[in-house]
Design a protein around this ligand. Structure first.
Ligand SMILES: [Zn+2]
Length: 456
């Protein structure tokens, strides 16, 4: 049985597609200063559209960077309030020569729409906006109270939205959030992401001699900061992927047997993952856990870079005085960033070789989060998705972090429904990013149905 809003969305699909293309033509690349005006233009065009549709209190929230877009509609008396989240900024498009068609000239090809930001995240933002458009145009009302908050700095760390949420403004009072910035596990398979790993990102700085020294004159007596740093790094994790920091794994909450059983039934091909996605001769990590468990529900430690020392062409016989490594850990439910950092820092200081001084710095953190599958809004979402896609929802986790989800939870007490319509091969952050056209149409219908189900 088709709601009038769904019928409206189907009739207006060509217009909705044109409106998405217009937004995609704006190169709102948040990290490049020369596109600052384009970011504002994208924000203003979203705001104008929300106001035209009948959303109220529309405004840009200004901060140091790119503005937030806010609007609301709060006339569903006695019904819950949802906070809709997405981002209008995009990644840079280079290398440009690898794009089949220009990144900011959206082009339809093989059932997909190709453009930078098509899936991440303008297509998903517009799926929300056009769902509201369909509901307001066909019924002049929304089934629940709605607040919209779109940011323009997601690809550059999201500082503006983080500090706005932390100030707990009355404008963000809600019962739950709908976050559309994730993907489906496989084409046609409705998916909700119900868990995210947290993280701590750190630097280890090792200092040996007062200045760089000649290795012929001082080698053998002077401490080498790089060798000492390598010795420290080698003691953080063993060859089986086990992290050696004492107490690191204490308190971890493992996935339930039901969740693990559900993961085993997902269409996941480990060999395909190894060859096509990772491209390595063997996968590594804790052998007693499956790949999905290792990437979704186990903590990890990675080294990202070791700048410094002599890296030019040829040879220079120097003993570097200083070496730095960037090291991060992904955390899972039951782990707290502050506690993990304290354990890690204490361990690094304890294993530091003789002759060097070590400083361990914390750059940033994010909390792990999990949304219980029996949450009523998750349940409403699964009913909506079954109706639209004709299949039962799969619940997955993500090994990455979506900081705004942690902020919604910590500062506003909101559970997030992470309902996304991207696909694993959408080329996010890469050349030839695309959004599957069918997912745009059914994404709009999914949001309509979800808001209707959430009002029951
Ligand atoms: Zn995104």
């Amino acid at each position: 049985m088709s709601s009038s809003a769904v019928a409206f969305a189907r009739q207006n699909q060509p217009r909705f597609l044109d409106e998405l293309k217009a937004l995609l033509r704006i190169p709102s690349i948040s990290t490049l200063p020369e596109h600052k005006g384009d970011c504002r233009r994208a924000a203003e065009s979203l705001l104008a559209e929300l106001k035209r549709m009948g959303m109220e209190h529309g405004r840009l929230i200004e901060g140091a960077g790119h503005p937030l877009v806010y609007a609301d509609w709060l006339h569903a008396v006695g019904k819950p309030t949802v906070l809709l989240y997405g981002h209008y900024d995009v990644q840079p498009a280079d290398p440009l020569e690898e794009w089949v068609t220009p990144p900011f000239e959206p082009t339809e090809r093989n059932g997909n729409l190709y453009a930078r930001g098509a899936a991440d995240d303008k297509g998903q933002v517009m799926a929300q906006v056009k769902a509201l458009d369909s509901l307001l145009a066909s019924g002049r009302a929304l089934p629940v109270n709605v607040r919209v908050l779109y940011e323009g700095e997601e690809e550059v760390g999201g500082e503006a939205i983080a500090s706005y949420i932390a100030s707990k403004p009355a404008d963000l009072r809600a019962d739950f959030a709908l976050v559309s910035d994730t993907e489906m596990f496989a084409p046609g398979l409705p998916t909700l992401c119900v868990g995210l790993r947290g993280m701590i990102y750190t630097e280890i700085e090792v200092r040996g001699a007062r200045t760089d020294l000649h290795s012929g004159v001082y080698g053998g007596a002077a401490p080498n900061a790089f060798v000492s740093l390598a010795q420290i790094l080698a003691k953080l994790k063993d060859e089986d992927g086990h992290i050696l920091i004492p107490g690191f794994y204490d308190g971890i909450i493992p996935p339930s047997p039901e969740e693990l059983a559900a993961w085993r039934s997902l269409p996941f091909d480990e060999e395909q993952y190894r060859t096509a996605e990772v491209g390595a001769k063997q996968l590594v990590g804790e052998a007693s856990y499956s790949v999905l468990e290792r990437t979704w529900a186990r903590p990890t430690l990675d080294v990202h870079g070791i700048p410094g020392g002599f890296t030019g062409a040829g040879a220079k016989t120097v003993i570097p005085a200083k070496a730095v490594a960037k090291v991060s850990m992904r955390l899972v439910p039951g782990m707290a960033p502050a506690k993990t950092f304290a354990l890690y820092k204490g361990y690094v200081e304890q294993i530091a070789p003789a002759g060097v001084q070590v400083e361990v710095r914390l750059l940033h953190t994010g909390d792990p989060c999990i949304v219980p599958v029996d949450n009523p809004y998750i349940q409403a979402a699964t009913r909506a998705l079954r109706e639209v896609w004709g299949k039962d929802t799969v619940f997955i986790r993500s090994g990455g972090s979506i900081p705004v989800v942690g902020d919604f939870s910590r500062h506003l007490g909101l559970p997030s429904v992470m309902m996304g319509f991207g696909l694993p091969d959408d080329n996010l952050h890469a050349p030839n990013e695309k959004f599957h056209l069918k997912n745009y149409a059914l994404g709009i219908e999914s949001v309509i149905r979800f808001l209707e189900e959430a009002s029951r």
